[in-house]
Design a binder for this molecule. Sequence first.
Ligand SMILES: Nc1ncnc2c1ncn2[C@@H]1O[C@H](COP(=O)(O)OP(=O)(O)OP(=O)(O)O)[C@@H](O)[C@H]1O
Ligand SMILES: [Mg+2]
Length: 387
Amino acid sequence: MSALSFDGRHVLVLGERLAPLAQEALGAARFEVASAERLDFLADLHAAMELILIDAEAADPTALVGALSALAARPNPPALLLAGAHLPASLVRALMKAPRSDVLEPPFTGADLARAASSLLTEVSAPAASPHDARCWTVIGSVGGCGATTIAVELATTLSHRLPGARVALVDLNLVDGASAAYLGATPNMMLSEAAATPERIDAAILSAFAIRVGASLDLLATPRDPQAFARVNQTAVCRVLEVACQVYDWIVIDLPRHQQPWSLDVLSGSDEVLVVSELTVPALLAARSLASEIEASIPDGPRPRIILNRLASRVFGPAPSLAEAEKALQRKADGGITSDWEAAAASVNLGGSISHHRPRSKIVRDIGVLVDRLTQTAPEVRARRA
Ligand SMILES: Nc1ncnc2c1ncn2[C@@H]1O[C@H](COP(=O)(O)OP(=O)(O)OP(=O)(O)O)[C@@H](O)[C@H]1O
Ligand SMILES: [Mg+2]
């Protein structure tokens, strides 16, 4: 690999001493330089990072072993290049767990460094192309305002808390006016209208630039408001974003608009779970029944939609269907129920952040936890059916 071919590659240098030589050797790479003394930020390292150069002598060996082991356990770990002599065995063992790693013993030149980095980065391309077994849950509302976005946000947040080390993404495909970013108090940055002209260029680096970190291991992919977005964003671009997201993340929760788009069936058929959200009113239940039947008819081999009843109230003002009546209207069993808690829902959207963060004792949080338990328990069986 020539110096030119480092162009745009994402390289992190840990240890300021190494930075000048790395910059000389790797030319036009995109550098980030950090001190090797504090490594805890590596837990939140963005997925586009391709190579980490580490001055082993500048780091605490125990902290470095922990950081390298955590990096090696990631779905697509970056290549690791350690500079140092007389490395402790525990460090070498941690390094060996990474699929691509090497050691440079001082003294070394810029050319030595470029050669080692080049061979590590060349090896990177092959595994990156292989599909990563990400799970994907899609949430769709039966009628407007029934709580689909609220449930998608809480599912993604709960999964990211429950699965330490896993990377979770909430993808909001309500491209015109998705509310997930506002609910989480974040600024959406998925510039899909612009990227749609050259969808083949959407890769892990672009996805990383689109993503907003909204939790320790939770990213949000959401578009800024754009009234023309459904006309501007084509099927190829949406499918490409999801394809790359499946390589980068372990778990994806999609907030899917209920009005069918040219890419809706692609999204639904690629999902492990489809959750149709309804509220407990007759029109919403009838719409949920129709929507679930339409999905089943359109993708007979896809996941069977599950009905989630939202805003269940123990004390109902005015006549509302009972659960038995709801299931009769749906002509199927409901697969989950979320209690109504207006105070918690309003507090969360007004403060910006999940309900589990602002109102952890809300029954909504408890019910979402039960739903996650149920769905994750069925995950192996779902995977077997899809294989
Ligand atoms: N279980 C619940 N208890 C109380 N309020 C809720 C609950 N779920 C959602 N809400 C509230 O209902 C309103 C609509 O919710 P949300 O935006 O999630 O619905 P939606 O189906 O995504 O709507 P849209 O059709 O606009 O996409 C919001 O104010 C939200 O805070
Ligand atoms: Mg919504």
